[in-house]
Design a protein around this ligand. Sequence first.
Ligand SMILES: [Zn+2]
Length: 293
Amino acid sequence: MGTLLLSIDFEDWHQLVHRRLGRADWNRPHPAFAPQVNAVLDLLDELDARATFFFLGMTVENYPELVAEAVARGHEPASHGYAHVRVHEQTREEFRRDLERSVDVIERATGSRPTAYRAPAFSINRQTPWAYDEVVAAGFRSDSSQYDSPRVPDRIDGIPDDPYRLRVAGGELWELPVATWGPLPIGGGSYWRLLPARVIEHGLRDLSVLYFHPYEFAPAPLRAELPASPTPRQRATASARALWRNSGRGLVASRLRQIARSHRLVSYDQAHADIVRHHGSRSRSLSEGGVLV
Ligand SMILES: [Zn+2]
């Protein structure tokens, strides 16, 4: 029976889309979020699965009780940063502050310090190799910000299929990239709704990383609320987001049930000793040009 590493990005879809659409009240917590989180927690209990939850700091502040509930049910608290701004849209100093703020908020809500980090939208790329130095300096043991998907712009070249040790100026960390199979980014919920189940199952390896969002598990469809007098561009953005996120929604839960019959689904910390044993012999570093060597 193979082992898969399960990760959930704990963020409020409506809030993030409303910010992008320029709504003045984007920061208001959305009532759809709690049912989404409860749906994923119940499914994980049903499958006897544990996950690493990448908590977004600003979402933690809105829902400390849901965060505590996830941890009480055995899931690992990890950091998804504070404000969900792409790393390459921040200065190094801004990135450091965002990281520190997320750690403080998560530590307060869970009582423990996160040891894994994931950048918003997998945005540690060729423009921001310094981000790794900051992640190591902030005390993280592992990172999961690489995904060799065509939707991630300017990504680092040569990302392996398996976990790897990454040497940086101030030390070292484990990079746990989200699973790909050839050109197919099979590790993400977005693709689980589009690809045939047998393709996904065939492409997964032992210790492959999967990633999902709470909104992929609740039955209610997602609908962004437009600002008053929206521009045609805002209307188009809202429709495109809803169309992309709503197609094939129920499939994610049913496919996870199917995969769970032949795999153990575990959190990063549960798998750490196995990762070190299987992949610890070789380390890599990042060249000036953003290539892993
Ligand atoms: Zn995110």
